[in-house]
Ligand binder design. Structure first.
Ligand code: SF4
Ligand code: SF4
Length: 171
């Protein structure tokens, strides 16, 4: 799930540290998404082990430059298997990347410096190398399911070193 990130007005500062997921308002909940687009990559599951493998093939609605969904309000109609995140399922889904704002907060952890809620800048998710910008090889409409296993990549399940720093690095 990825909408273009924005900071909602009237939002309590640092609400993600003081509220439970269930207590958050709709705009606060939406703003927890950092806009990385990683969850909108196609994934494969090993039927024997349950292990999830990311590919660099995007959902047909994923914009590989903005990293946002091209039709977020109507995503469930256009992509029926698009998973809507909820306070309950972010605690159990096994394919959310380690950088995901929902996953971090659900695990009682803080957001990183590059999260738009912390930096105040929607571009820092790209600057930190967390987003899928420039790394989506193609869309699921271009690459057939039977070829997906040839497009497995590791990076969506890894937090880049730059992103793990405590503060925004100086250039
Ligand atoms: S429809 Fe596709 S691009 Fe849009 S939020 Fe769902 S998975 Fe992401
Ligand atoms: S992985 Fe998490 S933070 Fe990134 S786009 Fe998906 S829901 Fe948003």
């Amino acid at each position: 799930m990825t909408a273009a990130p924005k900071r909602p007005s009237g939002q309590e500062q640092f609400f993600w540290k003081t509220k439970t997921l269930e207590e958050m308002s709709g705009p606060e909940w939406e703003s927890l998404c950092d806009g990385c687009g990683r969850c909108c990559l196609n994934k494969l599951e090993d039927e024997d082990t349950g292990r999830i493998y990311f590919t660099h093939v995007g959902c047909k609605l994923l914009d590989g430059v903005s990293c946002a969904c091209k039709d977020y309000p109507n995503r469930s109609d256009k992509v029926p298997d698009c998973v809507r995140l909820t306070p309950a399922n972010v605690r159990t889904l096994n394919w959310l990347p380690p950088s995901c704002g929902y996953k971090l907060v659900a695990e009682g952890r803080d957001l990183y410096w590059w999260h738009p809620l912390v930096s105040g800048d929607p571009n820092t998710v790209h600057e930190a190398g967390v987003s899928v910008r420039g790394r989506v090889e193609g869309s699921e409409e271009e690459i057939p399911d039977e070829e997906l296993e040839h497009h497995i990549v590791q990076w969506p399940a890894v937090l880049p070193k730059r992103a793990r720093l405590k503060r925004r690095p100086r250039d």
